[in-house]
Design a protein around this ligand. Structure first.
Ligand code: MRU
Length: 365
């Protein structure tokens, strides 16, 4: 998508063949900073510290990180150690394991000397595949928006967190239908949940929608139910970090509450789900998906720009009060209207997912 009008991806190989360039998302929306990752440690900490984040982008970043690591140690032990280090960075988004599995399957049969170059090429393929998948999700999701636009002059969409192009290589998942609708000339308005504590909605989604010129308003996480009750939302579209074989959806903390509010108000609740984020090995999201617990400081403190231009971090919780910070929650399949995938809009059910992705199917009770 565009940054100051210039088409930009979130990750790309450095022109000099050295490292890999990323947009440092911890600096947005106040500063647009591009950083180069050159060592395995750089990649692992960029994912852990959320310089890159969002399930699809985490996967592609890990693929490039593996390629960089193999330059130093292309043998079997190097491949295993680098994969393990990258896999340990964040536990919830299954795209990380998916990308590393794809990389290892392609590289393990090769002689070590051939691996670094092949790994870089494969990581590039995964980046391009992610763009193609998000593009297809956009086309499939556009049908939902177009249908609403036939009976309403303006379509109001609510989204949570950032499942935008910053969370992928390009287009985004939840935002891809929005960008396609904009291209189709549909009048849109997007309610952006701020998404405490990391504020990916307020900081990232609002920034990228501004860059693309899409009408939007940031709302506090608690406002969505109220706006739905008053008929303000036609459609909810969120992303996913891991969707089970049965259609349970794990996404940024607070998604579940939005799904409950949507159900109570008959608002369609769609999840934009690339197949790289579907975990066909598990059937019960609440029981089986590991939920990342992040540092309590993300809850007790907030960072922002002061009116006189300084970036400051302030404490908002009394000294001595403790905090807990689960980063994701699970929305049961019964609350999900449909999954917008690259192969069409699919019911959140085991049989429907199995029919759509037969090559990924594993037997799950
Ligand atoms: O903690 P984050 O910022 O990596 O979480 C991101 C989300 O929860 C997104 O909604 C999800 O990864 C889907 S991104 C297309």
């Amino acid at each position: 998508m565009r940054v100051d009008g210039k088409p930009t991806r979130t990750i790309w190989p450095a022109a000099n063949g050295g490292g890999v360039m990323i947009i440092d998302q911890t600096r947005l929306p106040h500063e647009f900073v591009i950083s180069e990752l050159v060592t395995l440690d750089n990649f692992a900490s960029a994912i852990k510290d959320m310089k890159v984040r969002g399930a699809p982008l985490i996967g592609v970043t890990a693929a490039y990180g593996l390629a960089i690591a193999l330059r130093d140690d292309p043998g079997d032990s190097g491949l295993a150690a680098a994969s393990a280090k990258l896999l340990a960075t964040r536990p919830t988004a299954v795209n990380l394991a998916w990308a590393l599995d794809v990389m290892r399957a392609a590289l393990a049969p090769l002689p070590p000397a051939a691996r670094p170059e092949a790994a870089f090429a494969k990581a590039g393929e995964l980046a391009d595949l992610d763009v193609a998948i998000c593009d297809a999700i956009g086309v499939n999701g556009l049908a939902l928006i177009s249908e609403i636009a036939e009976r309403k002059s303006r379509v109001n969409i609510l989204t949570h967190c950032n499942a935008g192009w910053l969370a992928t290589v390009d287009w985004g998942t939840a935002t891809a239908p929005i960008y396609k609708a904009q291209d189709a000339g549909i009048d849109l308005h997007v309610y952006v949940d701020e998404t405490r504590p990391r504020n990916q909605g307020a900081s990232l989604t609002a920034w990228e929608l501004s860059q693309q010129g899409i009408s939007h308003q940031v709302i506090v996480d608690n406002a969505g139910g109220h706006i739905m009750q008053h008929g303000g939302v036609d459609l909810v579209i969120v992303g996913t970090d891991r969707t089970t074989a049965t259609g349970d959806v794990c996404n940024k903390i607070g998604t579940y509450l939005k799904a409950l509010a949507a159900k109570d108000n008959d608002v369609p609740f769609y999840v934009a789900a690339p197949s790289s984020s579907i975990d066909f090995a598990i059937a019960d999201g609440v029981r089986d998906i590991p939920i990342e617990e992040r540092n309590a400081r993300e809850v007790t403190h907030m960072r922002g720009r002061t009116d006189d231009g300084r970036l400051e971090t302030v404490r908002i919780v009394p000294e001595g009060s403790r905090a807990t910070n689960p980063a994701f929650d699970v929305t049961p399949a019964r609350l999900v209207t449909g999954l917008i995938t690259e192969r069409g809009i699919i019911a959140p059910r085991k049989d429907a997912l199995a029919t759509a992705f037969p090559e990924r199917l594993q037997l799950v009770d």
